[in-house]
Design a protein around this ligand. Sequence first.
Ligand SMILES: [Zn+2]
Length: 179
Amino acid sequence: MVLYPVLVLERTYLPVTIFSHKKAFLLELLNKCEVLQHYSTVKLKSPSRDYPAPLVIRIPVLLKHWRNSSPTRRAVFIRDNFTCAYCGKIVKDNEATIDHVLPKSRGGEWKWENLVTCCSECNQKKGGRTPEEAGMKLLYRPKKPTGFELAINKWKGRFNREFLEALALYGVKVGEEAV
Ligand SMILES: [Zn+2]
């Protein structure tokens, strides 16, 4: 089943996340959201009729109350686009490892700012050392992403023209590589 992205805005029209069109449609049926725009090309089929899928919805929460995702392994990989923070190699889901920049043994914590995606070679090479000690350079400084940044990274392989236009309409810019 192909899932289409739906832009989710909070009460003051700020983008908070991306849902699948099925989830958004369910919220629409339950009257849990306001549909601001529908897809012209994507339909949901029922035995009796077809429904246009939601493209942009608004939910009755405020951004400050939107839950902040905790750094799960997978969320770190998604934030980093499955790219090793040391050599820049793209790692597959089952090959990706997590590196504590400041090693756990030195009190390095499980938090966004101390975790990076790492290929197994770089992880072995670094061992229980800091990047400086291991003579390895971080390609970027890890930081805490917003929930919306994570959603963008998670969904960008499934973006389509209508969705990109909706993003632009609500002031979201995505990089070239996302198209
Ligand atoms: Zn690497």
